[in-house]
Unconditional design. Structure first.
Ligand code: ADP
Length: 440
């Protein structure tokens, strides 16, 4: 259990690549923080700096009030679960979980107790005698988590731990992590590119882009009050629709105009725009697909149906409106089996003033929440990498294979005595793949 503090943290690789900058975050004891953003935005680098696996170029990191900038990983009292979890193939589940504790010379009785407790938490007590090859991908990942749990770390770091699993297992393991979090009372920092994982797991989410933090908030805050166009597009699925529109201020009232629609903004939005003294101007208008409705009214955005996607409980209707592809989510009632509309059908769309998000055309920032300019990497792209699309095909779980080793290797990481030469090669390869610097 520990709080963490990251202060003006910056990472520059090779004096050239600025991977992370101006990273400021206070993490409370036992908080579950998710770092999320597209590939290359600096999530892993941030996590690895907390772990001590990367040097910090500038700034400070504190764990439990202690500055750890120069503290080696094994002395930071943290545990980390990587994307490419690797288990020792020749050891049972029990021994895999116990391994780190054995190296640290814990008494046998204590090891046994910790391993059994971890197995209980992860629901793998039945599997303790099996070897990794007799486990499913999800079970192997639980063993990898078990190995981290037995350390009883102050901080639990997880770097895309589910991205090697197929979609069904990922969903299942996501709920397992929610349960794990309730049983293991510690601070978590979790890295993912998947906004659904971020929304479901995080107490707070840190959305990153090109090395900069874009917004920090609860899932509700980042969904309902996105700081800028980038966050608006990244969080929520299907993605928020963005229209070219006009914000009109009439005294103390605001309207947005898009297509033939003119909609008065809600009192809450009006109050925030007034306090930021926002004037009439062209804006990017953000409307979530589930907040658009089909209407017969004249005061509406005219559109033409392209495609209807039946999703079971709702239909996603793709329409062409104001010259662009717009998605409308139409929920289906119990009796309705098919809400699809024929291609080419003219429709009209409306929305409520509480659902409209107005963004600055130049900077992309949310006009309700004036934002310091330095927090925005660049004018945000209108189409961030779709969070729906997996970054890549899931690779098979990293069950490490022995590599032929032609030359004698540098000093090997510790492995149990009594292995034959093939097993030693496996152990070395695995230890490298595990990249487990938290074990002495
Ligand atoms: P993410 O985890 O969000 O995908 P990373 O933290 O891995 O992003 O990378 C952030 C940036 O730093 C990227 O531009 C990446 O290419 C670069 N980077 C990461 N590791 C190294 C490294 N060891 N050397 C040089 N550049 C790196």
């Amino acid at each position: 259990m520990a709080d963490l503090s990251l202060r003006k943290v910056k990472k520059v690789y090779d004096n050239t690549v600025v991977a992370v900058q101006a990273f400021d975050l206070e993490i409370a004891d036992k908080e579950f923080i998710v770092l999320v953003g597209p590939s290359g935005c600096g999530k892993s680098t941030t996590l690895r700096m907390v772990a001590g696996l990367e040097e910090i170029t500038e700034g400070e990191i504190y764990i439990g009030g202690r500055k750890v900038n120069t503290v080696p990983p094994k002395d930071r009292d943290i545990a980390m679960v990587f994307q490419n979890y690797a288990l020792y193939p020749h050891m049972t589940v029990y021994d895999n979980i116990a391994y780190g504790l054995k190296l640290r010379k814990f008494p046998k009785r204590v090891i046994d107790q910790k391993v059994r407790e971890a197995a209980e938490i992860l629901d793998i007590s039945e599997l303790l005698k099996r070897k990794p090859k007799a486990l499913s991908g999800g079970q192997r990942q639980r063993v990898a988590i078990g190995r981290a749990i037995v350390r009883e770390p102050q901080v639990f770091l997880m770097d895309e731990p589910l991205s090697n699993l197929d979609a069904k297992l990922r969903n299942q393991m996501r709920s397992e992590i929610i349960k794990l979090r309730q049983k293991v009372n510690t601070t978590f920092i979790y890295v993912t590119h998947d906004q659904t994982e971020a929304m479901t797991l995080g107490d707070r989410i840190v959305i990153m882009r090109e090395g900069f933090v874009q917004q920090v908030g609860t899932p509700q805050e980042v969904f309902h009050h996105p700081a800028n166009l980038f966050v608006a597009g990244f969080i929520g699925t299907p993605q928020m629709n963005i229209f070219d529109a006009q914000l009109v201020r009439e005294g103390e009232t605001y309207f947005v105009e898009a297509g033939n629609a003119r909609v008065k903004l809600s009192p809450e939005k009006t109050a925030r725009l007034l306090s930021a003294d926002v004037d009439s101007q062209p804006v990017k208008l953000g409307l979530r697909p589930e907040h658009l409705t089909l209407t017969e009214e004249e005061n509406a955005i005219s559109a033409t149906v392209d495609v209807s996607e039946m999703m079971g409980s709702a239909v996603h209707i793709h329409v062409n409106a104001c010259g662009q592809d717009v998605v409308v989510v139409v929920p289906l009632g119990e009796e309705e089996e098919d809400g699809s509309l024929p291609m080419g059908k003219p429709v009209r769309l409306t929305f409520r003033g509480s659902a409209a998000h107005v963004f600055d055309v130049e900077t992309g920032h949310n006009l309700e929440y004036p934002q310091p300019k330095e927090q925005i990497a660049e004018p945000p792209a209108e189409e961030p990498e779709s969070p729906e699309t997996p970054a890549q095909e899931p690779e098979p779980p990293a069950e490490p294979q022995p590599e032929p080793v032609p030359e004698p290797q540098p000093p090997a990481p510790p492995y149990p005595a009594g292995l034959d030469s093939t097993e030693k090669i496996i152990a070395e390869t695995v230890a490298e793949a595990m990249n487990d610097p938290f074990t002495e």
